[in-house]
Design a protein around this ligand. Structure first.
Ligand SMILES: Nc1ncnc2c1ncn2[C@@H]1O[C@H](COP(=O)(O)OP(=O)(O)O)[C@@H](O)[C@H]1O
Ligand SMILES: [Mg+2]
Length: 403
């Protein structure tokens, strides 16, 4: 009997990981509240269950006698995975680390205790607390739910009026009714991938995460690898990322540090997730350095040793990822009638992977959330900036007809 692993969540990202897990010889169990979730169809055993029902997920894990539990790219599932692992005595990151790596207020407090550079912050639950928080932090600021993700409920505050305008929406995205205000920092945003093994943290990649102007200011619409940062700033970024992972207590796992390199305040930590990132970051690792994050996550979920060969970059291939978003991105806004051109895009020089998730009838809006990224193009080249040119050019070859 092969070892069975439980996937908490069965969405698009999980689907590919489940396929990979089966290729690697594992039996797979998946839970998702949506019976149509694409991952459920790929798993050897599938259960329709909302994973916020932690006791229910524990029961599924027991019944199937799983030897490991994990999630891919679903931040909300991270505390559930940790709780299931603890309940069954399986390898896991622990509920405390899962909490501080998914709850922005707990994370900021922990990072502050360890002196990790980060924006100023204050927590809030009410309008009165929000006013006090903004008074302490100052304008411009960012308002976000304490425990959500994907840019849902994230707002830039330019004026005091913005606070009242957006407070309700930010609190509404938090299952616990809590939000955080942070000082806003301009700069180059960086995404890292780091692997912790036995308490030793190693950076795998650091890439630029470019964002659109306007309300979508937090959405990563382009990734560029390697980062354009260099010298002391690059060292400071790697140092901040590694220190943050240590501070948050992740000893064995994949970490996704997000940083901003500012002109005046140095490198600041935005957040660090305890999971394989969504948004094609696993593909970035595969194409840029030849590392399979899913295989590493599976071994760690089973408590098996992760050999050096699996975590060491096998090469360094400059690349860029261009997400399909609306203006000023490559997509038009409007109701989708037809989408063609994927073959043309895939045939473009340097393109190694591309996809489009648009379906006829859906409405394309100006980019505001992660979820407004409706496809992507990954291109490689001799340099990162040439790869970006290629990805941009190829992304324009999609033909999207809207009404
Ligand atoms: N303090 C800040 N200063 C500047 N930009 C920020 C700040 N906080 C968040 N952002 C932007 O918003 C994005 C989303 O914020 P983040 O805290 O990562 O929330 P989420 O969980 O939705 O990803 C970040 O990736 C960054 O682009
Ligand atoms: Mg984030």
């Amino acid at each position: 009997m092969p070892d069975a692993v439980l996937f908490v969540g069965g969405g698009r990202h999980q689907r590919r990981a489940i396929v990979r897990a089966r290729e690697l010889g594992f039996a797979t169990v998946a839970v998702d509240r949506n019976s149509e979730a694409p991952g459920l169809a790929e798993a050897d055993a599938a259960e329709v269950l909302d994973f916020s029902d932690v006791a229910g997920v524990i029961e599924v894990a027991r019944r199937h006698g799983v030897a490991g539990v994990l999630t891919v790219s679903a931040d909300r599932a991270v505390p559930v995975v940790a709780a299931v692992a603890d309940a069954l005595g399986l390898p896991g990151i622990g509920v405390e680390t899962a909490h501080v790596m998914t709850h922005k207020v707990a994370m900021r407090r922990t990072l502050a205790e360890h002196g990790v550079p980060q924006p100023q912050f204050a927590a809030l639950r009410t309008l009165a607390e929000a006013r006090a928080a903004l008074g302490a932090v100052g304008l411009p600021a960012v308002l976000k739910p304490a425990d959500s993700g994907g840019q849902r409920g994230v707002f830039r505050l330019e004026t005091w009026d913005d606070l009242e305008a957006h407070l309700h929406a930010a609190l509404a995205e938090s299952p616990t009714g809590e939000a955080i205000v942070e000082s806003f920092h301009d700069g180059l945003e960086l995404n890292g991938l780091a692997i912790a093994r036995g308490g030793e943290v190693r950076m795998l990649t650091l890439s630029d995460r470019l964002r659109p102007p306007g309300i979508g200011f937090g959405v990563g619409w382009i990734h560029v690898f390697p980062t354009t940062l260099f010298g002391d700033a690059l060292e400071a970024a790697e140092d901040a990322a590694v220190r943050a992972v240590h501070a948050l207590g992740l000893r064995d796992g994949i970490a996704f540090p997000q940083l901003i390199a500012t002109e005046s305040a140095g490198v600041l930590v935005v957040e660090v997730a305890a999971r394989i990132p969504g948004g094609q970051m696993a593909d970035l690792a595969a194409h840029a350095v030849g590392v399979d994050l899913v295989e590493i996550a599976l071994l760690q979920a089973l408590g098996r040793p992760v050999p050096d060969e699996l975590v060491r970059p096998r090469f360094e291939q400059p690349l860029a990822i261009r997400f399909l978003t609306a203006e000023p991105g490559p997509l038009p806004t409007g109701r989708v009638e037809a989408v063609t051109g994927l073959e043309r895009v895939l045939a473009f020089p340097g393109v190694v992977q591309a996809d489009v998730f648009l379906t006829p009838g859906e409405t394309i809006r100006p980019v505001r959330l992660d979820g407004d990224r409706r496809g992507y193009v990954i291109a490689v080249a001799d340099t990162n900036l040439e790869a970006l040119d290629r990805a941009e050019a190829a992304a324009r070859l999609f033909d999207v007809v809207v009404s």
